[in-house]
Design a protein. Sequence first.
Length: 122
Amino acid sequence: MSYACANARDIYRNNQVTTAPKKKLLIMLYDGAIKNLKLAEQGIEEKNYEIANNNIIKAQNIVMELIFTLDFDAGGEIASNLYQLYDYMYLRLIRANIDKDIDGVKEVKKLLEELRNTWSKI
């Protein structure tokens, strides 16, 4: 792929993100975290801990972004509950990465999938 094509692709993706409605952005974040956790699972299964580590860190960064997007004034109790859940996921991923614990990765992935499915129905 030429540099011009890759650059055009990056510009297109950037425009998708900057012009997307909030709900779509939220679902995109969930999708990204889920994708990275699937890759982390595969890395752990294959004992490729570098891939597992990199993808868990990417998922952690997305979970942190989810925390940053919470609006406690508008969201009230729901935002507080989501904060607690996201904080749990973040800490669970740290421990899963240290221990290369596939069950921890799967647990957080399942939680994110449930949240993603819920938001997609709203």
